[in-house]
Write a protein that binds this ligand. Structure first.
Ligand SMILES: [Zn+2]
Ligand SMILES: [Zn+2]
Length: 116
């Protein structure tokens, strides 16, 4: 593990203590493409997931009423919480593009889920 692994994916701040660190994991409906290296400080996690309703209707986007079928959505969860929520393409791109480690940024016009 390098020092880079301990920086917040939102603001880039060095995360010194596990208490202020939220680990998160996400995949685009294809478990082999899971990324479980997400790290954020608590304020950034709140900002990144603002508007995400973790108790949204199953099969729906957590951020809007759009359907979010299993292989056409981004599945997001905190590493310490087994309950994931789903994001439609629009909100998946918004979420991913707000992560510092996602480069180059995704183009919402051409974005497709790999399982689509
Ligand atoms: Zn942060
Ligand atoms: Zn949505």
């Amino acid at each position: 593990m390098t020092i880079n692994d301990l920086r917040c994916d939102g603001c880039g701040r060095y995360l010194a203590s596990p208490d202020e660190t939220v680990r998160f994991t996400f995949h685009p409906g294809v478990p082999e493409l899971r990324d479980d290296s997400g790290l954020a400080c608590s304020p950034c996690w709140s900002r990144l997931t603002a508007g995400h309703d973790r108790d949204a209707e199953p099969g729906c986007c957590a951020s809007c009423p759009a359907p979010a079928p299993r292989r056409q959505s981004l599945h997001v969860r905190r590493s310490d919480d087994p309950q994931a929520w789903r994001l439609c393409a629009v909100h998946a791109v918004e979420f991913l593009n707000s992560l510092r480690t996602v480069t180059p940024k995704l183009d919402p016009a051409t974005f497709r889920f790999p399982g689509q």
